[in-house]
Design a protein around this ligand. Structure first.
Ligand SMILES: Cc1ncc(COP(=O)(O)O)c(C=O)c1O
Ligand SMILES: N[C@@H](CCCC[NH3+])C(=O)O
Length: 415
């Protein structure tokens, strides 16, 4: 049987291959291994053989990733009309697409309601009575799923502990009323949904279980037989070398026991788990200096918070390696890796033990496949990086490097 390890560490990538890709495509460069994406999907199916699995497109909406995931047979969970459009264009069948509306702009509702008229198997999830009204105003009478606010959150950072954030979903004691409201408008109420948060670890199993139990209690109050119960995504992956992989079987056991009395199809919608360890960010050292305040070296690189915002936004840890050809022969020095953006928060990794950095060295930043290129931005007029996809060992350009013209092309001005 094919080896299917629960985690791919940064050290598992071929350094020779990474250097070759940087030479060919330049840096900063995202590399995504689509075979690893498929393996990750297979591991989700192993743990949840009885579930419908939707890929949370927000983790990485690249056409290469979406096509690979659609071909592998997963559905798609989309957070915006743009994600729906990209998912369908990449090959997802609309009947496998759920659009999760969060305070949706009018254009999003216009788009998805029009699409649902053409493709009635599309599912729209909403977590506010106002959204139900706004869907009805547009004539929507299709497949509707209610998002519930469980009041319990978990995740790698408090800002992604979605289940505790009242912005998302309807409290359980209002759920029946909103379901009736949707039914009164003629909508077909097919499911309920809750999401605990993003980056669930083995320490969060209890919170995850409580959210699913809450959902089961809500289901028992609803005046409708449901087709499915969507328990969200959020399955975490180890970022730090010392972290253990999430026990996905334990998560699945908890979900099954919490939903034991519920007669409906289980749906899960992970994003990070599909893509995080399938991605690496390559960046080149352009500046080396001593930090006058301490003992560390500072390695200035060509990627920063505009390329990978997670360290600046959540204080997130990403492993970093110096993959220079002769790195193994060098002394190891405490090093902070910082980007080119004019912000003190522009740090990719602080005080890391790295082989002595030299100008021109290639560094690899691990676990960059989820919420990496997807959250890249153009602050400081810095064009977003290129992305390369690996498949069966072959590399191909998945997204070209932006230019300053890509940034200014949308500007309107009179001379
Ligand atoms: C509603 C919903 N579903 C799925 C996800 C996917 O989360 P993750 O990438 O952590 O699996 C998110 C993000 O937290 C979400 O908000
Ligand atoms: N963007 C977050 C995940 C949040 C997902 C949105 N619900 C991260 O990088 O970890």
């Amino acid at each position: 049987m094919e080896e299917n390890p629960a985690i791919r560490r940064l050290s598992d990538w071929s350094e020779t291959r990474l250097r070759g890709l940087a030479d060919e495509y330049d840096t900063p460069l995202y590399v995504t291994d689509l075979d690893r994406v498929r393996e990750n999907y297979a591991r989700i199916l192993d743990a949840f053989p009885d579930a419908e699995v939707l890929y949370a497109v927000k983790a990485n909406a690249g056409r290469d990733v979406l096509s690979a995931v659609a071909d592998a047979g997963a559905g798609a969970e989309c957070a915006s009309a743009g994600e729906v459009e990209r998912a369908v264009a990449a090959g997802f069948d609309p009947e496998d697409v759920h659009y999760t509306a969060v305070n949706p702009p009018a254009e999003d509702l216009d788009y998805v309601v029009d699409l649902a008229e053409e493709e009635p198997a599309l599912t729209i999830t909403a977590g506010a009575a106002d959204t139900v009204d706004r869907l009805a105003e547009r004539g929507f009478d299709g497949r509707f799923c209610l998002r519930v606010h469980p009041g319990v959150g978990a995740g790698h950072h408090e800002d992604v502990a979605t289940g505790a954030d009242a912005k998302f979903g309807v409290p359980g004691d209002r759920a029946a009323a909103v379901v009736e409201q949707a039914q009164d408008y003629g909508m077909d109420v097919v499911g309920v949904h809750a999401h605990v948060g993003s980056g669930v670890s083995n320490d969060d199993l209890e919170s995850h279980r409580r959210v699913v139990e809450y959902l089961a209690e809500v289901v028992s109050t609803l005046p409708v037989d449901l087709e499915f119960v969507d328990v969200g995504g959020g399955f975490g992956v180890p970022y730090h070398e010392s972290e253990e992989p999430l026990d996905l079987d334990a998560v699945a056991d908890n979900v099954r026991s919490a939903l034991a009395g519920v007669d409906a199809q289980l749906v899960v919608e992970p994003g990070r788990y599909f893509v995080a360890d399938a991605g690496v960010l390559l960046t080149e050292v352009n500046t080396v200096k001593a930090d006058p305040a301490g003992e560390t070296l500072i390695a200035g690189v060509d990627a920063g918070m505009t390329t990978l915002i997670r360290p600046a936004l959540y204080d997130a840890y990403h492993p970093i390696a110096n993959v220079a050809a002769d790195a193994a022969d060098r002394s190891v020095e405490p090093t902070s890796v910082v980007g080119p953006v004019c912000e003190s928060a522009d740090v990719l990794g602080e005080n890391r033990d790295l082989p002595l950095v030299e100008r021109g060295d290639l560094l690899a930043v691990g676990n960059a496949g989820a919420y990496g290129i997807e959250m890249a931005n153009q602050y400081n007029s810095r064009p977003r990086p290129a992305a390369v996809a690996l498949e069966a060992g072959d590399a191909s350009l998945a997204r070209r490097r932006e230019t300053v013209a890509d940034i200014t092309d949308t500007e309107v001005w009179q001379a």
